[in-house]
Design a protein. Structure first.
Length: 447
């Protein structure tokens, strides 16, 4: 059995050599040459901190501290390359796997990707890669950060993508991309996930399925649970010539107040929203979409509150010079039609119902949140009986002001002076009739 011991001793020595020898073989002398060639290829300065060769468990090369571009457009903490040794003497050379740890890609780097990856389609690739593994990767865009996330990419023998998966390290978002006849099938799901780009909408659950090409993407199955309600719909985006977005949604019983807060808008209304918005936008970049977005939808809000205005109080303070400011209006149902166009919101066919109060009208909010419009309020109260009182809307979304129209104020004042509280209602009706007969100050503007 001595020969077995000798063989074991020889094998042990060989393993020890394979482990120890690389530590005594310095590859750092090759760094300047590699940096020079990489910089010429990418047309950006490339820096490498160190190179390390190991033979176990399989021969591989480790590169530490890579930076690309001024201002660190792209940084890679550690890259491990495992080649197919038999391919190193031929073309193309085959890399079985590339493993990357702590990748950070900035907005400047994202903008440079097309130039970095450009190649001659008639020239065969010099290198073929089997798989790519990313751990702890982060993409830092101009106004948002995505990550850290892990990614796994598998490539075919021809060097094309076979499949790709992405998972955030908190496992709140997962996505799988699969090539299919020149297109890419996308299947993504999320739980407890907040959108990193644009409004900070928090999704309890989100499922998206769609198809993408290098020029556009179409998501025909979008389903979400958020803020106590549900959203379903479709969306499409194109980016070949600027950015184009369009789609439609079916919104049911979503708590509207946290949505407004996530959109950065004043939380002026609360309640459960049901709507069917159709939207579209054309912009040069993602951050410009809110400014050019067009959206149109009927809507209904149930069991809510209008914050900052008391319609009932405004309708019963006909002789007040200051109008109604502050307060709130509770309602059972608020419905109407909304058109959002480049920041201007037009609310038409408004209908408010709540116990003794009913109201209707039209209101417009400018991109600066300045309000204009009219609400016709009907309150069952002793002072105004069942009269409908027209109220001019002004002020801002944050601080709205409701004032009775001139004719209503004059009529109510005369009626109150002659017949007391009961005359207020009669005078208000006379004021409305007078405005309708001779025309109000607002009428010429509408013609």
């Amino acid at each position: 059995m001595k020969w077995l011991k000798r063989i074991g001793l020889v094998v042990g020595i060989l393993v020890l050599i394979l482990v120890v020898v690389p530590f005594f073989v310095s590859l750092n002398d090759y760094i300047p040459q590699i940096e020079k060639e990489a910089s010429a290829r990418l047309k950006e300065p490339v820096k490498i901190k160190s190179l390390h060769l190991a033979l176990l468990p399989v021969p591989h090369l480790t590169v530490n501290g890579i930076t690309v571009g001024d201002g660190d457009m792209l940084t890679l903490g550690k890259v491990t390359v495992t080649p197919d040794l038999w391919s190193l003497t031929s073309t193309p050379k085959v890399l079985r796997s590339i493993e990357v740890e702590k990748l950070v890609l900035t907005q400047a780097g994202v903008d440079r990707i097309p130039a970095w990856t450009a190649s001659d389609p008639n020239e065969p690739p010099a290198v073929r890669i089997g798989s790519v593994k990313l751990d702890d990767a982060t993409v830092k865009l101009a106004k948002a950060t995505f990550g850290p996330f892990d990614a796994r990419l598998k490539l075919t023998g021809e060097g094309t993508l076979d499949s790709a998966s992405f998972t955030t390290q908190d496992e709140k978002l997962k996505a799988v991309v699969t090539p299919d006849k020149g297109k890419y099938l996308i299947d993504a799901s999320a739980k407890g996930w907040k959108v990193p780009v644009g409004p900070a909408i928090l999704f309890d659950e989100l499922n998206v399925k769609g198809v993408a090409t290098l020029k556009n993407a179409s998501f025909d199955d979008v389903r979400a649970k958020l803020y106590g309600g549900t959203v379903a719909g479709k969306a499409a985006v194109e980016w070949e010539k600027g950015l184009q977005l369009k789609g439609n949604l079916d919104v049911r019983q979503v708590d509207i107040r946290p949505v407004l807060q996530a959109l950065g808008r004043p939380a002026s209304v609360s309640g459960r929203l049901t709507a069917r918005p159709v939207f579209s936008a054309r912009a040069a970049s993602v951050d410009q979409i809110p400014a050019v977005l067009r959206l149109e939808t009927p809507f209904e809000v149930q069991g809510g509150v209008l914050h900052g205005m008391d319609i009932g109080k405004a309708a019963t303070m006909l002789v007040s010079k200051d109008g109604a400011k502050g307060g709130e209006t509770r309602f059972d149902r608020l419905s109407g039609h909304l058109v959002l166009d480049r920041g201007t919101r037009r609310l038409t066919k408004l209908d408010i119902a709540s116990g003794s109060l009913s109201a209707n009208g039209n209101v417009t909010a400018s991109p600066r949140d300045e309000l204009s419009g009219r609400i016709n309020a009907k309150v069952s109260a002793v002072s105004v009986a069942s009269a409908t009182v027209p109220l001019n809307v002004s002020g801002t979304v944050q601080s709205p002001v409701l004032l009775p129209t001139g004719g209503s104020v004059a009529g109510a004042a005369i009626g109150t002076a002659v017949a007391g509280p009961l005359g207020t209602a009669v005078g208000s009706k006379v004021g409305q009739w007078t405005e309708g007969l001779f025309g109000s100050k607002e009428d010429p503007k509408k013609k």
